[in-house]
Ligand binder design. Structure first.
Ligand code: ASP
Length: 454
């Protein structure tokens, strides 16, 4: 297939994915409404009907689960192979010094910007001070299922704490067992190993000619695998979205909580929108002179997959494929910057953690001083770096932020029932931030090398 026909078919696929998402959301809203109309709540018939509908949405979820599994299956081999072939393609791991520095600086700087934007929005809009129905809010906080979930998250966090996160970040880089890390999809140690291993290969010359070729060819085969899986994306994404949205629409807790914390949700989504439609595009344009909105369209499949899976890690194969084949970012930037970004760069998560912490403080009537808000900013940044690229990981690391400023952890229950939805928006922003990083790093490779790639 030629490059332009590749891009065209990619465009069609993006359209199909959009259709799938719209259809899935419509099904999840209208099927419960139509299916339950005419039945009175509380009656046996209503309950039976509701159970049947839940069963249908569960069956649809099954298809989504399979799609998600296949995507996740590709992540570890793809990261290892792409990082290695990226280094091998350059011929010397030392050439990664400058691009690596640019990538880490960009990722850190944009995360900090996102946190400050979140802080500004939440202080301006004051969603926690609005007329929240206190009795209903307290009922959500007392809800046993919510309390149980927070307890689980708490146990994970209490082993760490704020200082623990820094220590954990250090430990996250190294592993005592590569296979263990691969099994847990811990990407950071795999990236480090791949960098060093491929770096050594470049020094061994002819003796490692075959393995060098194998890595490069296997990497190409993996990308073809990703394209094959993406052919099923519209169906997989339909099942993922319809299954989850349908389940939640049938659950009173979600609808009621959404009404209760509407302004909080608007603050988070508004902040995410500004970060992804103004801040990141501006930085991208200033540094690369690329049309940022075209870039968003080119990365469409990846952004929609992020929205559907709520996992930047599972989306990584699609992000890499889109960045190279559709957005024309050089292979070598994509090969090592995107795996790194999917692991450490989470602008959306950082913004949301800062908003959530201040929202809870506002709800409790606690005025956080400027110094305390700075503590929120620092811990939210660290917490986002430490969060895994999996669904609702931000909820766990957010407890560190709440702990740091002495807010009661059980009040996280207020935002728990709507988190599955907000997670989709922040994951999309996380992935877009990763992609911008790859496009920007492209500029920091020596000019001759840019010309020879893509
Ligand atoms: N789901 C997010 C991601 O995968 C992490 C989070 O904020 O929960 O990027």
């Amino acid at each position: 297939m030629t490059e332009s026909s590749d891009r065209k078919s990619g465009g069609h696929l993006t359209l199909w994915i959009i259709v799938a998402i719209v259809l899935a959301i419509s099904v999840s809203i209208f099927v419960p409404i139509i299916g339950l109309s005419g039945f009175e709540k509380g009656t046996d018939e209503f309950t039976t009907r509701e159970e049947t509908l839940k069963g249908i949405f569960e069956a649809i979820s099954f298809g989504g689960e399979i799609f998600l599994r296949v995507l996740k299956m590709l992540v570890v081999p793809l990261v290892v192979l792409s990082v290695m072939s990226g280094v091998l393609g350059m011929g010397d791991v030392r050439k990664l010094g400058r691009p690596g520095f640019v990538a880490i600086t960009f990722y850190l700087a944009t995360t900090v910007l996102a946190v400050f934007l979140g802080l500004a929005m939440v202080n301006l809009l004051k969603p926690g001070g609005a007329d929240i129905d206190r009795a209903q809010a307290e009922a959500i906080v007392q809800n046993e299922a919510n309390a149980e979930k927070i307890k689980e998250n708490r146990e994970t966090v209490e082993q760490g704490g704020a200082l623990g996160i820094v220590k954990n970040l250090g430990l996250m880089i190294f592993t005592d067992n590569l296979f263990n890390s691969a099994a847990k999809s811990d990407l950071l140690p795999l990236i480090v190993f791949s960098l060093v291993f491929a770096g050594l290969l470049t020094t061994l010359g002819e003796r490692v000619e075959i393995i060098t070729k194998v890595i490069d060819q296997a990497n190409h085969a993996m990308m073809a695998f990703v394209m094959l899986v993406m052919a099923f994306a519209p169906l997989g994404i339909f099942c993922l979205v319809a299954g989850r949205f349908g389940k939640e629409m049938l659950d009173d807790t979600f609808v009621q909580t959404m009404k209760l914390v509407w302004w909080y949700s608007v603050t988070v989504v508004g902040g995410l929108a500004i970060h992804s439609l103004v801040t990141l595009p501006l930085i991208l344009w200033v540094i690369t002179r690329r049309n940022p909105y075209r870039f968003i369209v080119q990365m469409g499949q990846s952004l929609l997959t992020a929205f559907s899976t709520a996992s930047s890690s599972a989306t990584l194969p699609v992000t890499m494929e889109c960045a190279v084949d559709r957005a024309g970012v050089s292979r070598k930037s994509v090969d090592f910057v995107l795996p790194l970004g999917a692991t450490i760069n989470m602008d959306g998560t950082a913004l949301y953690e800062a908003v959530a912490a201040i929202f809870i403080a506002q709800f409790l009537g606690r005025d956080l001083s400027l110094a305390q808000q700075m503590v929120v900013a620092v811990t939210a940044t660290l917490a986002a770096i430490g969060a895994a690229g999996i669904p609702e990981a931000g909820l766990v690391t957010m407890l560190i932020v709440l702990n740091a400023v002495g807010l009661p952890l059980e009040y996280q229950a207020l935002i728990l029932p709507v988190d599955w939805l907000l997670d989709r928006f922040r994951t999309t922003v996380n992935v877009f931030g990763d992609a911008c990083g790859a496009a920007i790093v492209d500029r920091s490779f020596p000019a001759a090398e840019i010309a020879s790639t893509t």
